[in-house]
Every structure is written in structure tokens, then in C-alpha cells.
Design a protein around this ligand. Structure first.
Ligand SMILES: [Zn+2]
Length: 202
């Protein structure tokens, strides 16, 4: 049964203020944060959590007695990519969110779906098999023969997890997002950049 105990909050006296150097989960700046408030067990008086204020963004950061920082980083891993169609941007974000939550199987599955959506956005007809979407990307020159190895790896990983009960690893998920990131840059970002003001017409 859940043991419900009363925990109390108190403002920390200046002499008891704890200090902690950490990367803020909200603004990602490395800061020396000072505790403002602490939470303790009403029966034993044992301190459970310290609540710090980030001196950069002023958001509250909680640190447990085991050193765990709550929340985990609110910033998504892997870079933002400009000029993405909104549905593709949404799925790319979902892939990154899955990665930051250690849902590696989901990363690979979303990455596969994303490959199909990119291919369809570039003109592939719908209701193709996954391999046919990849073939389309290669035929139209969006992926090179060299990159084909990467996509085939994502395809095989996905198939493996559909047919066998196996866990996806962090490295495999990282590989899938890294490939997707490069594909999105090649297909959407670089062509737009070439049309920008950075290049002079001769
Ligand atoms: Zn901050």
C-alpha cells in the first residue's frame, strides 16, 4: 500500500541555502543556482527536495536528495531544421521527443513513417510498400547510392522489431534520427538556402 506521509515546504534561511552548479533544464545555460525553498518529511524532518531558482531564466528546478534534477531537459535533442512542411516538422519533433524520453523503439518507427511522408511529399504515389518509398527517393536523386545503406538499415531495424520482440537501442535510435536529419536538410533546407540572399547572381 502507498505510504502517504506529510511533507512540508519551507523557505530556506540565508545561512542554509544550498548551491548547485547545473545546466538549467529550461534555458540550457550552465548556472550556479541557489535554493529558495525545501521540502521535508513532517515526521522525521528529513529533507526530500531542494527547489532552486535558475538565475538566468528564473524557472524553478527541483533536486532530490539522490541528486536527480527535475524536470529533465525541456530542450529537444538534435537541431531544428528550417523550411519543413508543417506535418513533417511535427513528426520530426515527435521523433526527437521520443528520443529525449528514451523511447527508442518509437524513434525508429516514427523515423520510418517520416521517410514515407517525405517521399510522398516529393511526389511518390500513396499506398506503396516501405521499400518502394525508399526506391522512389533514390530514383529521384534525393538519396544517393551511398546513403541507401543507411535507409536500408532503418528499414531492417523496423522489420526486426515488428517480427521479433526485441528492444531498440539508443545507438540505433540515434542512427535513425541522424539519417532523417541529413535527409531533411538535403531535401528542404539546402535548396531554400541556395535561393536566399547569401549567393550573388553572376
Ligand atoms: Zn534557466
Amino acid at each position: 500500500m502507498l505510504d502517504i506521509r506529510e511533507w512540508k515546504w519551507e523557505k530556506v534561511k540565508p545561512k542554509d541555502k544550498a548551491q548547485h552548479t547545473l545546466s538549467c533544464p529550461y534555458c540550457n545555460v550552465k548556472v550556479r543556482a541557489i535554493s529558495e525553498t525545501r521540502i521535508f518529511d513532517a515526521d522525521t524532518g528529513a529533507i526530500k527536495y531542494h527547489i532552486f531558482k535558475c538565475p538566468e531564466c528564473f524557472m524553478p528546478i527541483t533536486i532530490g536528495i539522490d541528486g536527480e534534477i527535475i524536470p529533465t531537459s525541456q530542450l529537444l535533442p538534435f537541431e531544428d531544421i528550417p523550411y519543413l512542411p508543417s506535418s513533417i516538422e511535427k513528426m520530426y519533433c515527435e521523433c526527437r521527443k521520443c528520443f529525449s524520453n528514451a523511447c527508442f523503439y518509437s524513434v525508429i518507427m516514427v523515423a520510418r513513417t517520416l521517410i514515407m511522408h517525405i517521399s510522398a511529399d516529393l511526389g511518390a504515389t500513396s499506398n506503396l510498400r516501405f521499400v518502394e518509398y525508399i526506391n522512389y527517393l533514390e530514383q529521384e536523386g534525393y538519396i544517393s547510392r551511398h546513403n541507401r545503406t543507411w535507409v536500408d538499415k532503418i528499414r531492417k531495424l523496423g522489420n526486426q522489431y515488428i517480427h521479433e520482440l526485441d528492444e531498440a537501442t539508443e545507438d540505433e535510435a540515434k542512427l535513425a534520427i541522424t539519417f532523417i536529419k541529413h535527409l531533411l536538410i538535403n531535401v528542404y533546407e539546402l535548396p531554400q538556402m541556395a535561393q536566399g540572399e547569401g549567393f550573388r547572381e553572376n
